[in-house]
Design a protein around this ligand. Structure first.
Ligand SMILES: Nc1ncnc2c1ncn2[C@@H]1O[C@H](COP(=O)(O)OP(=O)(O)O)[C@@H](O)[C@H]1O
Ligand SMILES: O=c1ccn([C@@H]2O[C@H](COP(=O)(O)OP(=O)(O)O)[C@@H](O)[C@H]2O)c(=O)[nH]1
Ligand SMILES: [Mg+2]
Length: 238
């Protein structure tokens, strides 16, 4: 059913552009990308069998997970948190558990093969064909590995833009018992984010696939910036 509904991605992107023109003020809060290029016919992920994938990026504490829950609930996406998959692996008896724990504590990035394998498994075992992949890719190497192993690019990338001091405050108040939510690790994570993850967002921005959203304010205010992006998508699917 999903396949039938999402056969016209170029139509979806041109529709998004029309929505933006028609309601510029409202949409401007959410879209910072100047141009949204429709995927070219025959380009990866435009095939009828490909799942619909949105990567969700932003610094630690920018609100990715919080907003993904709202998007998933409102718009019927499956939420795949790359960090959540790694934490699950870490707490299992897997041979990679100790290695993942060490990397997370350091604020470093896990090997691409490990993360992509977990994401692939999550996609393949789901009945849904619409996915939010939260907190991935965190490096250009992650991105290339995903595109090679999955054989497709994401349909678009949602990016939460948030000042560092706001992100740090949120992380230090998160209180989920995570090994990386402490002052030392968050500093390291911010360095990794700026040096290694931001280039991934820039890559997709250049391709016209990045949707930048102001990540400050209340959870509800942020969701109202995100909503029009996904509402345009679901209008086409009904
Ligand atoms: N808009 C917001 N205002 C205040 N706190 C927030 C907001 N959004 C999320 N939080 C809280 O901040 C912490 C980090 O949010 P989270 O969604 O886990 O971010 P990320 O996944 O990007 O690291 C969580 O404790 C969450 O409840
Ligand atoms: O693709 C990923 C996603 C996460 N991580 C690791 O898991 C940690 C936590 O990631 P998560 O996305 O849960 O953190 P958030 O940004 O949501 O705070 C990161 O700092 C990395 O060490 C990783 O190596 N690769
Ligand atoms: Mg998160």
């Amino acid at each position: 059913m999903w396949r039938r509904r999402f056969t016209s991605l170029p139509l979806f992107f041109s529709h998004l552009q029309q929505v933006r023109r028609a309601d510029e003020l409202k949409i401007c809060q959410a879209f910072c990308t100047e141009t949204v290029k429709p995927p070219v016919e025959g380009e990866s992920n435009s095939g009828r069998n490909s799942p619909f994938v949105a990567f969700v990026l932003g610094g630690p504490g920018s609100g990715k997970g919080t907003q993904c829950l709202k998007i998933a609930e409102t718009f019927g996406f499956d939420h795949i948190g790359a960090g959540d998959l790694l934490r699950k692996e870490m707490h299992s008896d897997s041979e990679n558990g100790a290695m993942i724990q060490k990397l997370m504590k350091e604020g470093s990035i896990a090997p691409s093969e490990v993360t992509v394998k977990l994401i692939k498994k999550a996609i393949e075992s789901a009945e849904n064909r619409k996915f939010l992949i939260d907190g991935f890719p965190r490096s250009e190497e992650n991105r290339v590995a995903y595109e090679r192993i999955i054989g497709a690019e994401p349909n678009f990338v949602l990016f939460f833009d948030c000042p560092e001091e706001v992100m740090v405050k949120r992380v230090l108040n998160r209180n989920e018992g995570r090994v990386d939510d402490n002052e030392h690790t968050v500093k390291e994570r911010l360095k990794v984010y700026k040096a290694i993850t931001l280039p991934v967002a820039n890559h997709y921005d250049k391709k016209g696939k990045l949707y930048k959203v102001d990540g400050t304010g209340t959870q509800e205010e942020i969701f109202e910036r995100v909503r029009p992006i996904f509402a345009s998508l679901s209008r086409l699917s009904t």
